[in-house]
Design a protein around this ligand. Structure first.
Ligand SMILES: [Zn+2]
Length: 220
């Protein structure tokens, strides 16, 4: 039932007003410093993350995970403490486990709007239409490879209200990334974080032109 949480140690499972509440912690193994790679088991402190998991028997499942803040053992490492990551279970800034986000995103991708939200509700995943769209935007994409020729376009999530930006490799047609919003700042930040684009094909909002001028003054 909790196979997706198999990297965690489950300490307690309780029924709280019909919601299945799982208390879990990380297994306590050595983890590498994200900066220098030194392995460490030194715990600086603990913090809690609460995420929703896939429903069990039609009931919501909420997981409280105790995660460690680790101390890097290398004295001159610029990273003194860091949060341990729980890949496959907790992604940064997510309020759902990876598998719930993946399932919800799959539903949102196939059944847009109210139909998707309705199906998820029937499955025991209370997710508004807008949240379903946000889940879709946060779906982990394969490692971003920076294309030489980048296509940039916007699309409406809700008619005329909420926009996202889709980045396409113009040479292969593959989707490179999806950004929430279509402002100069959003696109500029992505371009600055992913150097290597030589040519940008853009459509839609004029903000894209401004973002390209700021981040890639040498691009075509
Ligand atoms: Zn370090």
């Amino acid at each position: 039932m909790f196979s997706g949480l198999s990297s965690l140690v489950i300490e307690d499972v309780t029924d709280q007003d019909g919601v299945i509440v799982v208390r879990a912690r990380t297994a306590g193994q050595m983890v590498p410093c994200p900066r220098c790679g030194a392995g460490t088991g030194q715990v600086h402190g603990y913090y809690g993350r609460t995420v929703a998991d896939v429903p069990a028997d039609g009931r919501q499942v909420v997981v409280h995970v105790r995660v460690r803040r680790m101390r890097c053992p290398v004295l001159d490492c610029p990273v003194q403490t860091f949060r341990e990551q729980v890949p496959g279970v907790l992604d940064r800034y997510q309020r759902r486990t990876t598998r719930l986000a993946g399932q919800a995103g799959e539903v949102a991708r196939r059944l847009a709007g109210r139909a998707g939200a309705g199906l998820l509700a029937a499955l025991g995943v209370p997710l508004s239409r807008h949240t379903a769209m946000r889940v879709l935007l946060r779906l982990p994409l394969p490692e971003v490879s920076v294309p030489r020729v980048l296509g940039v376009d916007d699309f409406a999530l809700r008619r005329g209200h909420v926009y996202a930006t889709v980045l396409i490799d113009a040479e292969t047609g593959g989707r490179v990334d999806v950004l929430a919003g279509r402002t100069v700042e959003v696109v500029e930040a992505w371009l600055r974080g992913h150097p290597g684009v030589e040519v940008v094909c853009r459509d839609g909002s004029g903000a894209y032109g401004e973002a390209v001028r700021r981040a890639l003054p040498g691009a075509v």
